[in-house]
Ligand binder design. Structure first.
Ligand code: PMP
Length: 427
């Protein structure tokens, strides 16, 4: 049997860093990634046969649990009819109708194949619609790896300490203005100076790529107001929060209507899917109706649509989010209590099936500057002890965690009992 370690050695010969996405490489925590053989429900099984309780969920999509029979059946029944047509199919309309119904600010939607494509296209659309070049993003927010958005970004960019990637032309980056998350006064000053040149604000309505940072009261309303005052487009990047913190996403959770929304992860149920949509008037600017170009050979892929629709069926059942939130609360509150008993300062927060853990004595965390004060060394120790005990957390102190409907009370209790033992010896 080839061990996980051998798989990693083999992969490094032919794949940069042995991984197809940087955070998987464990650079944020040290050590080697585990290679996965299969996954079912709340569990991952590595190629050595070891089982893990999974709190990454493929970085968000697996909200119903891995290999859910309803999703797998839909994929199998669709795959047998052909994998891609390059022509429209009814499943795409079904998906679009479902998205528009669940997220009312979306009047029209275009499917793409990743979150990166969704945000990249939404930015181009906002620029095309307004005829302006400048965009505003927040430090520590990650919106995929399109050039304009790789400026002071979060996620792997943050974990690897590469805030501004080489390869992004300075001429382009100069159009990206970065502001501090939750700092409305700073943003007002930015708009006073450049407001009439700003095409859009793009924001994670709960920041999940610098761990987990919730918006303070009034922050999202303030963004809405500024965009209205200056004729800029407000883009909520709900690739992570969409269908994750509530059925209608963070915009339903907080009651704010953006002009455009980007989606990904959950709407693909584990298949490569993204989407962007919003006001009809803005979406009319996209080709072939309008002149802003955007396209994709595999966009709206039937198998991906089937997986997404089946996942949306599962999460649309009554009480789905109440139960999911209860599980997350049990996990987060249980960790806080046990850390406190062991005198380990831990700040933690959650919404729906998404949570963040900070080894920090802060009583609130609002910005990237505050996130960066947390004890990364302590997280690394905690992470590796949990991994060894069969609990798989995101391999970085700067990533959110995810709970799925498949996590049982017993899974959460085992996680808490394991953490309790680790907290006692944590340095
Ligand atoms: N936006 C947000 C908020 C994300 O969390 C991510 C991925 N974690 C992306 C965009 C990019 O999505 P993808 O990795 O599918 O390109």
């Amino acid at each position: 049997m080839t061990t996980s370690h051998q798989h990693f050695l083999n992969a490094q010969q032919v794949i940069p860093g042995g991984v197809n996405s940087p955070v998987r490489a464990f650079r944020g925590v040290g050590g080697e990634p585990i290679f996965i053989d299969r996954a079912a429900g709340a569990y991952l099984y590595d190629t050595d046969g070891k089982k893990y309780i999974d709190y990454v969920g493929s970085w968000g999509p697996m909200i119903a649990g891995h290999a859910h029979p309803h999703v797998i059946k839909a994929v199998q029944e669709t795959a047998i009819k052909g994998l891609s047509f390059g022509a429209p199919s009814p499943l795409e309309t079904m998906m679009a109708e479902r998205i528009c119904k669940l997220i009312p600010s979306i009047e029209m939607v275009r499917m793409v194949s990743s979150g990166t494509e969704a945000t990249m296209s939404a930015i181009r659309l906002a620029r095309g619609y307004t005829g302006r070049d400048k965009i505003v993003k927040f430090s520590g927010c990650y919106h995929g790896h399109a050039d304009s958005l790789l400026v002071k970004a979060g996620s792997g960019v943050l974990t690897l300490g590469l805030p501004n990637s080489p390869g992004v032309p300075a001429d382009l980056a100069q159009h990206t203005i970065t502001a501090d998350y939750n700092d409305l006064e700073q943003l007002k000053a930015i708009f006073q100076q450049w407001g009439k040149e700003i095409a859009c604000i793009i924001v994670e309505p709960i920041a999940g790529n610098m761990n987990f940072v919730a918006p303070v009261t009034g922050f999202l309303q303030g963004l809405r107001q500024l965009c209205d005052d200056y004729g800029s487009v407000l883009i909520f990047d709900e690739v992570m929060t969409g269908f994750r913190v509530a059925l209608g996403g963070a915009q339903a959770y907080y009651g704010i209507k953006p002009d455009l929304t980007t989606l990904g992860k959950v709407i693909g149920g584990g298949m490569p899917v993204g989407a962007f949509g919003g006001k009809r008037e803005i979406m009319h600017c996209i080709a072939p109706l309008g002149t802003v170009y955007q396209a994709g050979t595999l966009s709206g892929n039937p198998v991906a649509m089937a997986a997404g629709l089946a996942t949306l069926d599962l999460i649309s059942t009554p009480d789905f989010y109440t139960q999911l939130t209860q599980k997350t609360a049990k996990l987060v509150n249980g960790l806080k209590e046990r850390a406190m008993a062991a005198k380990i300062p831990l700040f933690a927060d959650y919404a729906g099936g998404m949570f963040g853990l900070f080894f920090s004595d802060a009583t609130a965390i609002h910005s990237f500057a505050e996130v960066s004060l947390c004890n990364v060394e302590r997280f690394k120790h905690f992470f590796h002890h949990m991994l060894q005990a069969g609990i798989y957390l995101a391999p970085s102190a700067f990533e959110a965690g995810f709970v799925s409907a498949a996590h049982t009370d017993a899974d959460i209790e085992l996680t808490l009992a394991t953490a309790e033992k680790i907290f006692v010896d944590l340095t």
